[in-house]
Design a protein around this ligand. Structure first.
Ligand code: UDP
Ligand code: MG
Length: 156
């Protein structure tokens, strides 16, 4: 399994509810490494680009209003199999069906206000990381405690 980078957005509900630190802390404690981190105010055009697969859906106007209502915290999480690991940590889109222990299952009861975005495939992750981060905003660094993370034995 390869080391991957995936795009995470902590959505405006995470900011409004003061949950950014807790969610970020979960990723760090899991052993994922932060490769990039910043706050971004999405405009309608950027939101349309990010959710291009959803712009024709009836719920999209409300989703766009929500996503542009406050800044998001954007980060790039890095680790072995990071795309799948993050999707599993988020839980399903409809937070009411998300299991306790997942981010959505612990912090949300909503399909729209579900706290977090995570890239849904490695191909999407490549596109989404490039959409939100310039090369110089991404950092490769060696984690001193790497020997104690669960995935260390799989790293080449
Ligand atoms: N969404 C919504 N209503 C729906 C489906 C999705 O408001 O019926 C929102 C929700 O915030 C979701 C986002 O649109 O996270 C993107 O939808 P997607 O199907 O890509 O879900 P995700 O990948 O975030 O689980
Ligand atoms: Mg998605």
């Amino acid at each position: 399994m390869a080391v991957e980078r995936t795009l995470i957005l902590l959505k405006p509900d995470a900011l409004q509810r003061g949950l950014c630190g807790e969610v970020l802390s979960r990723l760090e404690k899991r052993g994922l490494q932060i490769a990039g981190l910043k706050m971004i105010q999405l405009d309608k055009a950027k939101c349309d680009e990010h959710y291009a697969h959803l712009v024709s859906k009836p719920f999209y106007p409300k989703l766009a209003a929500f996503m542009t209502s406050a800044p998001v915290v954007a980060l790039v999480a890095e680790g072995v199999d990071a795309v799948n690991v993050l999707r599993a940590m988020c839980g399903p889109t409809n937070a009411r069906t998300a299991l306790p222990g997942t981010i959505r299952g612990d912090y949300s009861l909503s399909t729209q206000y579900n706290i977090i975005h995570a890239s849904d495939s490695l191909e999407t992750a490549h596109k989404e990381v490039a959409r939100f981060f310039k090369k110089e905003e991404l950092h490769a660094w060696k984690r001193a405690m790497d020997a104690f993370t669960a995935a260390d034995d799989e790293k080449k």
